[in-house]
Write a protein that binds this ligand. Structure first.
Ligand code: SF4
Length: 615
């Protein structure tokens, strides 16, 4: 099968058994790869109502047809599972080198089910599948464990690990790889932790068949040359995503002190320039990337020197502005703490900021927390992160995420529990950005920006108008996740203007499938409706009521900065949702109609939603 390794690897941890099967033609035809494979396999494999922490839940790891091939930034892989954070569909995309290695080992996807009786490491070494005792790594940090595993197995293994947070089932525990790349969102590290999987180590030596090798090679070469010739090529790499910090602040969208406002006075000390001039050691990129956005940095804390990949923008926003940390060194250290503990920095920063605001308002006390909490205080943040990862004291509650924590703490804290569907909000405050707000509200996994980074559209087209916002969000929700299905990074397109037509031209050369871009977008729309349907099937009350942002964003005007006085009131939020559902072919509760599901070849989904009483 051209463009694919041609096999799925199924692992039953309970029986300590593995099985290989051919990659089904229909799966390739209808879902392409990566996120598409993950969505369909989860739908088929996870029985309705299965708990996220159960043998029946699955962790799917899937690459795409471009993963591991000679074209720019072809190192992306998707981790997916029924999310312990939201109870619905969860996935997270990761860079590094795992995608390529897994394909070279002969697998497009791995399905991990059951539960091991004791901690283990899954070793995938071409055709050899082995389960190794993980006793010596269990309890150790994600970064340290990766280093130990490389020493034990060999440098040429690509390794994904979890940290103590995953072992302790923290709902926003991540999967870590390549000393600083993460599948950060939706708590997949905790699902692996529950299944007693400390790490997955992969080594491969096979080749991937390509439909027209000569033309694909020439096209890949041209794609690199085009990337190198882009005007933004030289400007982007020195600071990577951190370079956007000042702009987000200037447009009044920077999360500050638990999203209470949107402009951070101290942004010059935590921006891209601060990173580049004060802590950066070198650039670091994923497989085949011409514009490496990773920054390897050195920081000192408590007299000890440490290294971290980052901080990238999201970490700067949530651990920096949102917790009001005032130096890039402090943000980098908090980043390191999260990485070693195996915590998503986005949710981790949110939860710390939420706790500090609760403390400030008297909802949390010194007795309950075990110390004072202060804005801008690295000690407070570091203390909370450690408490959370080890589920000690207040950390046991905060480990559940802000939605659950606010439900228990009360005192009006649900107003400033900044989440949608149970997933904490990423780095763009949106009270003055209707399409960005709608992107967060309707993102299939919860409040995440990567499906539709629409804030530039808001700024370009008028931020007080609702016109055309739903159309743009839908367009982006089909285009951006398509990269996750193809197994390639989208930042070349987003950040340096690399044209989409190159991927369209490359797809048939690699796979032999004559899909044009429009047809690929249709596949992406199919995936989008399927992941929505998965959550409709699994989460009671899923639909419109879970698409609303927190009350802070609908009722409290921005108090300061460029967005001062701005607000998207509930009636505007409803207008955005109505327009969006209508244009998607969904009903007023946000459920895809039978007609839409039929159009997308998802009649089996309609049948199941009817059985659940959702259609
Ligand atoms: Fe990885 Fe960044 Fe390159 Fe994308 S731009 S492939 S995330 S290094």
């Amino acid at each position: 099968m051209n463009g694919y390794a041609g096999q799925i690897l199924r692992i039953d941890l309970s029986a300590r058994r593995s099985e290989k099967s051919p990659l089904p033609d229909e799966l390739v035809r209808d879902y392409i790869g990566g996120r598409g494979f993950a969505a369909k396999l989860l739908w088929d494999e996870v029985p309705k109502g299965a708990a996220p922490f159960s043998e029946a839940n699955r962790v799917i790891i899937a690459s795409g047809p471009f993963s591991g091939l000679f074209l720019p930034a072809s190192g992306k892989i998707t981790f997916a599972s029924k999310s312990p954070a939201t109870g619905g569909y969860g996935d997270s995309n990761m860079g590094g080198h795992l995608a390529a290695e897994l394909k070279y080992a002969g697998y497009d996807a791995v399905i991990i089910g059951g539960r091991a009786s004791a901690p283990l490491v899954i070793v995938i070494d071409d055709d050899r599948i082995e389960f190794r005792d993980a006793g010596k790594y269990w309890g150790k940090g994600a970064l340290i464990s990766e280093k130990m595993l490389k020493e034990d197995l060999g440098e040429d293994f690509q390794i994904a690990t979890i940290g103590p947070a995953g072992e302790k089932l923290v709902k926003f525990a991540c999967v870590s790889h390549d000393f600083g790349r993460q599948a950060g969102r939706t708590g997949i590290g905790a699902v692996l932790g529950w299944k007693n999987v400390k790490a997955i180590a992969v080594r491969g030596s096979k080749t991937i068949p390509v439909y027209d090798q000569e033309k694909a090679y020439a096209k890949g070469r041209q794609m690199y040359e085009v990337c190198f010739s882009k005007p933004g090529f030289k400007e982007w790499t020195p600071e990577g995503t951190a370079g956007v910090t000042d702009w987000v602040n200037e447009v009044g969208a920077f999360p500050t002190r638990n999203f209470s406002t949107t402009y951070f006075e101290g942004h010059q000390d935590i921006n891209g320039s601060a990173l580049r001039t004060r802590i950066k050691v070198t650039d670091k990129g994923c497989f085949g990337c011409p514009i490496p956005c990773g920054k390897y940095s050195r920081v000192k804390f408590g007299g000890k020197e440490t290294y971290v990949e980052g901080p990238e923008y999201e970490t700067i926003a949530l651990l920096g502005g949102d917790c009001a940390l005032t130096s890039i060194e402090d943000v980098a250290y908090a980043n390191y703490v999260c990485d070693e503990l195996g915590l998503d920095t986005i949710s981790g920063g949110n939860v710390c900021a939420f706790a500090i605001e609760c403390y400030e308002k008297g909802i949390l006390t010194k007795e309950r927390v075990g110390r004072e909490l202060k804005w801008g205080d690295l000690e407070s943040v570091s203390y909370l992160l450690n408490q959370i990862a080890n589920r000690e004291g207040i950390g046991d509650l905060l480990a559940e995420g802000v939605r659950t924590a606010s439900a228990e703490l009360g005192g009006g804290s649900e107003r400033f529990a900044i989440q949608v569907k149970g997933l904490e909000w990423s780095g763009y405050e949106a009270r003055w950005a209707p399409s960005m707000m709608l992107s967060y509200m309707t993102c299939d996994v919860g409040a995440h920006h990567n499906r539709s980074w629409a804030i530039t559209h808001d700024v370009a087209t008028g931020r007080d108008s609702l016109t055309g916002k739903a159309d743009k969000v839908i367009e982006l929700q089909h285009t951006r996740p398509l990269f996750d299905a193809l197994g390639v990074c989208r930042l070349q397109w987003v950040e340096i203007g690399f044209e989409l037509q190159h991927y369209e031209q490359m797809f048939p050369l690699v796979t032999g499938m004559p899909y044009d871009w429009k047809q690929l977008l249709k596949v992406s729309e199919r995936i989008w409706n399927l992941t929505r349907a998965f959550s409709l099937r699994e989460v009671p009350g899923f639909g419109r009521q879970l698409d609303y942002p927190p009350a802070r964003f609908m009722e409290e005007p921005v108090p300061s900065g460029p967005a001062q006085g701005k607000l998207l009131t509930r009636d505007k939020i409803d207008a955005l949702l109505d327009d969006y559902y209508k244009k998607r072919g969904w009903n007023a509760d946000g459920v895809p109609t039978r007609e839409k599901l039929h159009e997308l070849g998802l009649d089996f989904v309609a049948e199941e939603l009817a059985t659940c009483g959702r259609l």
